[in-house]
Design a protein around this ligand. Sequence first.
Ligand code: BTN
Length: 322
Amino acid sequence: MLKNEVLYALEQKKGNVVSGGELAEKLGVSRTSIWKAIHTLKTEGNEIITEPNVGYRLLPTNDTLSQKAITDMLTTGFIGRNISILSSVHSTNQYLKEMDTSCIPDGYVLLADGQKNGRGRYGRTFVSPQGEGIYMSILLKPKNIQQNIRLLTVCAAVAISKAVENNCGIRADIKWVNDIFLNGKKLCGILTEAVLSGETGEVDTVVVGIGINTGNVPNEIRDIATSVKQETGICGIRNSLIAEVLNQFEIVYSDHMVKSKMQDILSYYESRLFIKGKKVTVNNYNEKYTADVLGIDENAALIVKTPNGDVEHITSGEIQLQ
Ligand code: BTN
């Protein structure tokens, strides 16, 4: 569609003026067609400034998701090489899980501009307002499907932490097992889910769901959640952050299959584990107790020491900083 091509051309020169004539020539259409496309893009909420007699400027804060813009920044071999973007969906994870995944390629990425029923662990809601976050699911077809799914969550956490640090210049901490924190508040949650094959009933696919708050944080979660914009003032970063998360994820995901490299991934994870050395409350099914966090083991279980000196490796449940 012409309007998408116009937006992409402006996105490539984000912040700078592009003349109507240049756009018309580049896209092989009339200036009137460009003008109409710009008008539609503006009514759709894109931050385009018309500079009279000069041209059009896409503001650096504009944050429209663009498949082409993301693809341009990818360095991956297979992760994100097939991307779909939906305007709104109940949940990108749920959507993918309901599809016939046998015909979807390994590394496929589904993105949504907003989610009506974004899901977190333990059936919780992941608040996903339109345009204010990155809501994406990566479909994986691991060769060794018997592997520990928790390790994929660890891979995603490491990739997101690195991507946020690279793109936003701020330290991104990890809370075991699936949360990324900035300055003590939740920035991102990861929900990794196994998908059963319709034919064999066995796990054949894994969906790694990632939700990152990038824009305005709704009032109801302001006490516990934050965003890239809130912490850094940076806006208009969704496309580049998505690409960087995918780039980092492919590296970490490939590395995690090599035993010696898995150790590096776990070390990085532990270096960002802000609860390490701290006292936490462990909430595991009906059990609740306090413990000191020692680190994580090779299976990404959390190692804690209970008040009576027992060392435990926790594989499920949640922890709360005291
Ligand atoms: C959590 O906080 O417990 C995990 C949150 C995971 C949210 C992401 S957003 C994209 C994907 N779709 C969902 O419904 N959930 C994940």
